[in-house]
Design a protein around this ligand. Sequence first.
Ligand code: 4FV
Length: 254
Amino acid sequence: MQFSVLTIFPEMFPSFWEHGIVRRAIAQEKIQASARNIRDFASGKHRVTDDRPYGGGAGMVMKPEPLAGALREAKREIPFAETILLTPQGRIFNQKMAKQLASLQGLILICGRYEGVDERIFDDFVDFEVSLGDYVLTGGELGAMAIIEVVTRLIPGVLGGVDSAESDSFSDGLLEHAQYTRPREFEGEGVPEVLFSGNHKEIAKWRFETALIRTFLKRKDLLENRNLKSRELDTLKKWHREIGKIISAQSRGL
Ligand code: 4FV
């Protein structure tokens, strides 16, 4: 997978390339990543990349010519790449979208700044718009980094041995189960006994049920907006029956 970031702040990326999973994936040559300075494609002595909006109004707009120049060079380097513009108008980025992106060979990521980019860039160059979330950043760089990190984790072979994308939150649509590590006793609080049972079937059952109840308590939407697996449905039905019994017992004043 090749990532090509277009930004007026390429200096934001070297430290990102040099840490964690992105660093490992680059070292394993599973990904290549570069950040191109849009200003290098701006003309004139001041190489401006922004200008006042036609029709007046506050703020500045990213000029189309420097962006088009940077895009054409990036496309020459990665002709098969899909081009993403990071913008609040885009589809919200999530794990499902990351899985789709991870199947691509190349991504060009346009980082907007100022009030946004000239609309004519959308039509001619942008394959799709992606938003990091419903809030306003001052630039698309953090969105580009998030996409690169999340997608890189899903590239086969990047996550070795112990850590696997399969057990991630959201990978199977549920939040992750509770995690514990040493010490066994922390400020008077222990660790669920089942985790010391050595009974991997019981441990897996406990982890599944804590993942399901946490998802129900914290992110009910994740259960409402997808087809539940039979095991999830059966467990929810079991809890529903048990809760029903408790409620009816209460109503019988026991
Ligand atoms: C944003 C977001 C975002 C809008 C104007 C930068 C700013 C300026 N990008 N997800 N939310 N961008 O707020 O991706 O271009």
